[in-house]
Design a protein around this ligand. Structure first.
Ligand SMILES: Cc1cc2nc3c(=O)[nH]c(=O)nc-3n(C[C@H](O)[C@H](O)[C@H](O)COP(=O)(O)O)c2cc1C
Length: 154
């Protein structure tokens, strides 16, 4: 069993809905999941977990949400070498920089030494279609399976 933290920013609830579904899937796969809003989580505590998931919507033409900025800046000082991570988020394809926060966090996590183990998950607004739910389930399953594999080898 791995310990996994999900830190998320969500103003109107779409990213939160993704985070809740991912948490449920990971728990069903046998992992222990801590779900926290990004503005209450201290960035340095990410080192306490085996796996790191960050969820964020995108704001203001490609920017991080205001409530994620302090966490993002503090993250620069955290050594996440040997940590596995992935990022998800909700956005709107009407904007040229669709779900840019996903890429912004992926770059920051990589600079901290973490390994991005899978492609970021982007959902248009709230998850509504079968495809959205399938994509969320696949994202969770891939992340969970990765940790099962590590445990099976150790
Ligand atoms: C002022 C404003 C700016 C936005 N800018 C972007 C953007 O640059 N890229 C994007 O993909 N979505 C953008 N969005 C859309 C939000 O990311 C989208 O509504 C998302 O579902 C909100 O997630 P939440 O419900 O978790 O807060 C913007 C929305 C607003 C209102």
């Amino acid at each position: 069993m791995a310990t996994i933290v999900i830190a998320y920013a969500s103003m109107s609830g779409n990213t939160e809905e993704m985070a809740d579904l991912i948490k449920e899937d990971l728990e069903q796969a046998g992992h222990t999941v801590t779900l926290e809003e990004i503005d209450v989580l201290e960035a340095h505590t990410l080192t306490d977990y085996d796996g790191i998931l960050i969820g964020s919507y995108t704001w203001n033409d490609g920017d991080l949400p205001y409530e994620a900025e302090e966490f993002y800046e503090d993250l620069a000082e955290v050594d996440l070498t040997n940590k596995r991570a992935a990022v998800f988020g909700s956005g709107d394809t009407a904007y040229p920089l669709y779900c840019e926060a996903v890429h912004t966090f992926e770059k920051q996590l990589t600079q901290c030494g973490a390994t991005i183990v899978q492609e970021g998950l982007k959902i248009e607004m709230a998850p509504t279609t079968d495809e959205d739910y399938d994509n969320i389930a696949s994202f969770s399953k891939q992340f969970a399976t990765f940790f099962n594999h590590i445990q099976a080898r150790s």
